[in-house]
Design a protein around this ligand. Structure first.
Ligand code: HEC
Length: 155
């Protein structure tokens, strides 16, 4: 066998072995963005935290006081998610900017079998399709904390 082919096979195999398992049974979402510039605090954090009329969908478990490795409380969530390896499978980031499909956070809310652990919110009804799309859109738009506000072309 040709040497470069052997190297390629070895590298490709290493790539395959080191990738987090593919998710299955994912909800089909409308490919168009629901919101062209998703705000982290107002939109994404609000999904995690809930509100006066809404259950704390994620922070009920993912708070600094719980034993979970991931806190989704407002003071911690952004830094705990973006470009941070999953605590359970270091071959996937919790949030990989510009790639929702390669981010465990999105897989966890979008897929009945996310590949790593269970669907979130755990033991509760899945997030609505619109909530899933907002998380997808935020990641695909670069997973920034604040969108740049352009006034007459200047920041
Ligand atoms: C009933 C408790 C509970 C709720 C509610 C919950 N989680 Fe989780 N979450 C867990 C547990 C336990 C784990 C670790 C096991 C697993 O991944 O299944 C986990 C793991 C995760 C992980 C993977 C962390 C890592 O580093 O591997 C993410 C991301 C996550 N949850 C996001 C969410 C989001 C977003 C919500 C709300 C939509 C949510 N969770 C709601 C208990 C919960």
């Amino acid at each position: 066998m040709n040497k470069s082919l052997v190297v390629c096979v070895a590298l490709c195999l290493a790539q395959w072995v080191s990738a987090a398992p593919d998710p299955t049974n994912c909800d089909t979402l409308d490919p168009a963005p629901l919101d062209a510039s998703v705000e982290y605090e107002a939109v994404i954090q609000a999904i995690f935290t809930g509100g006066p009329t809404q259950d704390a969908k994620c922070t009920a478990c993912h708070s600094p006081n719980t034993s979970g490795a991931l806190s989704l409380a407002p003071a911690n969530s952004f830094a705990a998610l973006v470009n941070v390896d999953s605590a359970q499978d270091a071959t996937i980031k919790r949030v990989l900017p510009f790639s929702a499909t390669n981010s465990l956070l999105f897989r966890k809310v979008n897929c009945a079998n996310p590949g790593v652990g269970q669907r979130m919110p755990r033991n509760r009804p899945p997030l609505s399709l619109d909530e899933q799309r907002l998380i997808r859109d935020w990641i695909d738009q670069g997973a920034v904390f604040r969108q740049r506000v352009l006034v007459n072309g200047f920041e």
